[in-house]
Design a protein around this ligand. Structure first.
Ligand SMILES: [Zn+2]
Length: 267
């Protein structure tokens, strides 16, 4: 699943291509993509002819800031990716095509059709997303962590608390921080919260530098693969030796998600 680093990588790549251009046309043969909108027709009406003022990432959402009444929010969900500079006919699984006024296209490719488009009114405050993981200050983060009395991994995954972290990076961050994913947040020391915060930043930044985790269907907009997956320490390394101490990585389920940890150094 594309997480913050993958989405950030996509946004950085597509930004120069999209910003300042007008949306000439939007096409789709996948009504499911617009399940949270009135209809595809309503989306078409709201975005065609509008200029893309900015392309941003908010948590794991790609946000097309438009000069109209609405912004277009795209969530890649499980298998989505954005492609640019390619002919629609040569690609498979294209669920949406945004044609720009210079004739170029932004394609949304999604094998499993879990992706989601939303029209968000500029004044709408119902999105309920917490601060972005790369932007949140330490004091804000510590407050969020301490306020919740839940497994620390569950808190990291909750987009309404801090947005952008998903399953892969939650496991990686906790491995580096030496904290067991099941630990209740009210048992964490300030020292441990500091470590989680520190590694949240270093892990996400490192992943952005190597352009995301190439995992399953994730691709950068130019179609190439990202490079974090090979460097991961714990995610999907069940039964392998921990890089720190050689203990065997174990797997459990937290918040319905496969969770990987080292039983030796994660306390
Ligand atoms: Zn270990």
């Amino acid at each position: 699943m594309p997480e913050l680093p993958e989405v950030e990588t996509i946004v950085r790549a597509v930004k120069p291509y999209a910003e300042g251009k007008k949306i000439q046309a939007i096409r789709s043969d996948t009504p499911r993509l617009f399940r949270e909108c009135k209809s595809f027709g309503a989306v078409k009406k709201a975005v065609e002819g509008k200029r893309i003022i900015a392309l941003e990432r908010i948590g794991k959402n790609i946000v097309f800031r438009l000069d109209g009444e609405y912004d277009l929010w795209l969530h890649l969900m499980m298998s989505g990716s954005l492609l640019t500079g390619r002919e629609a006919g040569k690609e498979t699984y294209i669920r949406m095509e945004i044609e720009l006024d210079n004739g170029k296209k932004i394609l949304f490719r999604d094998i499993r059709k879990f992706g989601r488009v939303r029209l968000v009114e500029k004044i709408d405050t119902s999105m309920r997303l917490g601060p972005d993981a790369l932007v949140v200050s330490f004091s804000q983060f510590a407050y969020i962590i301490q306020r919740k009395k839940k497994a620390v991994k569950t808190v990291l995954l909750d987009q309404s608390l801090v947005c952008g972290i998903g399953n892969i990076y939650a496991d990686e961050i906790l491995w580096y921080a030496g904290v067991m994913p099941l630990r209740n947040t009210d048992s964490l020391s300030m020292e441990e919260i500091k470590k989680i915060y520190k590694y949240m930043n270093t892990v996400l930044s490192a992943a952005i530098r190597v352009a995301g985790t190439s995992f399953r269907d994730y691709r950068k907009p130019d179609g190439s693969e990202g490079g974090y997956f090979a460097a991961r320490k714990v995610y999907q390394r069940t039964g392998e030796a921990c890089a720190k101490d050689g203990a065997l990585i174990q797997r459990t389920i937290i918040a319905q998600r496969g969770t990987h940890f080292c039983p030796a150094h994660q306390l």
